[in-house]
Design a protein around this ligand. Structure first.
Ligand SMILES: Cc1cc2nc3c(=O)[nH]c(=O)nc-3n(C[C@H](O)[C@H](O)[C@H](O)COP(=O)(O)OP(=O)(O)OC[C@H]3O[C@@H](n4cnc5c(N)ncnc54)[C@H](O)[C@@H]3O)c2cc1C
Length: 464
């Protein structure tokens, strides 16, 4: 089989890879991108975009239930029409996928649909659905194959055919009840939206708290918000076996109790897509967890092979993968002796789209203290913010950590309405190296949620 040569070969069309492929192809390079089926990658097809579309509907439902409170009469009781919900989600996804395909082709890249497997240095064989094979090689190769849901080895779990974050998106009907294994951000987001939609949800979380990366008070506030929507939260609960019988799933826990539900969703983490990639043939080393080993410049252990996104161990967010693309683009263009761009010390915010939502950037209080920093902490109920009053969204807790002495903002955890938007304001202040007083004393438009930052950093809420 003849080998087709490219300047850049992208294996897996995730956020980093597709962005790089389009740019370099548009700049005149010979570029091939191999994608096994999801045009646009995980985010658009089965992750951020469809889930946040559904979260939006759940929130609208919650608000419509409160219509009378806002002076609006809605005849009858609002309910979910799952077919239309799915159609809308599919429409949002489909429009974005079609736009991506168009952009891919317009860039001049060669989009190769099929499964790639490395057979040698910087070389893959791609097999399409019809079994046709092509051999492609690149002067530079980028691995961006992402991650997929992990199903842990729990007795009976696989046989019980659990839902994953992917398969649940195609459900024909909402289950009457569901057990969610895992209390990380994916488990919490599904718990929140399903509970609002009327599903009886139980989260089974092995650790002592939901969202284990968060401070105990923030995680407790998220737990309380979920419970207020009817979610039952089982903490310190290890599932030891699962059985599906007569339309019921029974999850036996280590403490001898059982959680029963009509279905089960597994949300205990994601595993890198490297197992069948044949990376050893390309001289690319993997970590013990199966991630592609990269240095801070996203170089793998093989000359000319780079990796990006989830599979390279970057923070598991689309925006982190997008930043990897910028780093790769700079590093591929760097001439000899030029300083390469690094992933080190980048400030990566994230949001958890429960209702209310959590926006987080920088250190939590626990993380800051663990690094030995002397901190001052600000805590404020969201109900203190005028905008929260006008929109009737009073739930939540805002928290900030500043360094004692330097007044540097070390991080914030904002749980409340529109926190995913406000977080960018703090991130910019942190990137600009502002002292908290500069944010506190700036003129911020009223009445906005961002204005709440001025209160958060005021003497009323920031400890001395
Ligand atoms: C339910 C859920 C919700 C999420 N919500 C958010 C959110 O709100 N915000 C956020 O920032 N992040 C969110 N994430 C995380 C985010 O989706 C990922 O971090 C992001 O998609 C990772 O992108 P990536 O560039 O690593 O690659 P991916 O987008 O995962 O792309 C990898 C691509 O490689 C392809 N591929 C794999 N193997 C091969 C092969 N052998 N040959 C050819 N092609 C191959 C795959 O088909 C896939 O298209 C969510 C994830 C999940 C599961």
């Amino acid at each position: 089989m003849e080998t087709e040569e490219f300047d850049l070969l992208v294996v897996g069309g995730g956020k980093a890879g597709k962005s790089l492929a389009m740019d370099l192809a548009a700049a005149g390079q010979r570029v091939a991108m191999v994608e096994r089926g999801m045009i646009g990658g995980t985010c658009i097809n089965v992750a951020c975009i469809p889930t946040k579309t559904l979260v939006n509907s759940a929130r609208l439902l919650a608000l419509t239930r409160r219509a009378a409170e806002f002076g609006i009469t809605v005849p009858g009781s609002p309910a979910i029409d799952l077919d239309r919900l799915r159609d809308r989600k599919q429409d949002v996804v489909g429009t974005m996928v079609a736009g991506q395909r168009k952009s891919f082709l317009a860039s001049g890249m060669e989009l190769v649909i099929g499964e790639a497997r490395f057979t040698g240095p910087r070389t893959v064989v791609v097999t399409d659905d019809a079994g046709t094979r092509r051999t492609l090689s690149g002067t530079n190769v980028v691995v961006n194959t992402g991650m997929v849901p992990q199903v842990p080895d729990i007795d009976g779990l696989r046989a019980a055919d659990p839902l994953t974050s992917t398969s649940i998106l195609a459900l024909a009907a909402l289950p009457e009840s569901i057990a969610i294994l895992g209390g990380g951000y994916i488990g919490c987001e599904f718990a929140s939206m399903l509970a609002i939609m009327g599903v009886k949800v139980t989260i089974i979380q092995r650790g002592p708290a939901l969202l284990p990366r968060e401070d105990a008070d923030v995680s407790a506030a998220v737990t309380a918000a979920l419970e207020a929507d009817g979610v039952s939260v089982r903490l310190g609960a290890a599932a030891v076996s699962v059985a599906r019988n007569n339309g019921t799933v029974a999850v036996s826990l280590a403490d001898g109790t059982t959680v029963e539900a009509a279905d089960i969703l597994v949300a205990v983490g994601r595993e890198p897509v490297t197992g069948a990639l044949g990376l050893e043939a390309a001289g690319v080393e993997l970590s013990a967890k199966g991630l592609v080993t990269v240095d801070e410049f996203l170089r793998t252990t093989a000359e000319g092979v780079w990796a990006a996104g989830d599979v390279a161990g970057s923070p598991q967010f689309t925006h982190a993968s997008w930043n990897d693309y910028r780093i790769l683009k700079a590093n591929l263009a760097a001439g000899p002796g030029t300083q390469l761009r690094s992933t080190r010390d980048r400030l990566v915010p994230y949001c958890v789209f429960t209702t209310p939502e959590l926006g987080r950037v920088g250190f939590s209080e626990e993380e800051a203290r663990a690094t030995g920093l002397e901190v001052r902490v600000a805590r404020m109920p969201v109900s203190a913010i005028p905008r929260a009053r006008t929109v009737g969204q009073l739930d939540g807790l805002w928290k900030a950590v500043v360094e004692r002495g330097t007044d540097r903002i070390l991080g914030v955890s904002l749980l409340g309405h529109e926190s995913s938007e406000v977080i960018a304001v703090v991130q910019m202040a942190m990137l600009g190296g502002l002292a908290y007083q500069q944010l506190r004393d700036a003129v911020i438009a009223h009445p906005t949620m961002a204005e709440g930052l001025q209160l958060l950093f005021s003497d009323a809420f920031l400890e001395q």
